[in-house]
Design a protein around this ligand. Sequence first.
Ligand code: FES
Length: 106
Amino acid sequence: ANITYIEASGQATTLKLADGWSLMQGATANGVDGILGECGGSCACATCHCYVDEARLADLPPASDNELAMLDNVAAERRPGSRLACQIKASAALDGLIIHLPDMQE
Ligand code: FES
């Protein structure tokens, strides 16, 4: 799936992610700076916070209770489209998704 990351600076990067890769893995493996992913994807650090385009939120599986709890700890403003990028797996359903990255992750 093609995923576009837009950093707080406005820098946009589109990556083609294999199915099953998390949006956090894709960003950190390809030098997208706005995601840290300090816990390695185990939903325990909240440094992979991103804002999903609200029009596409329904294309994503809903956040788990654990993810929702971690979203209480994000460094930047929490918004309706806030998700943790390590909990979103690339799939055909997400093709063309745009996510915005917050101005801080910690
Ligand atoms: Fe730590 Fe997503 S990488 S919560």
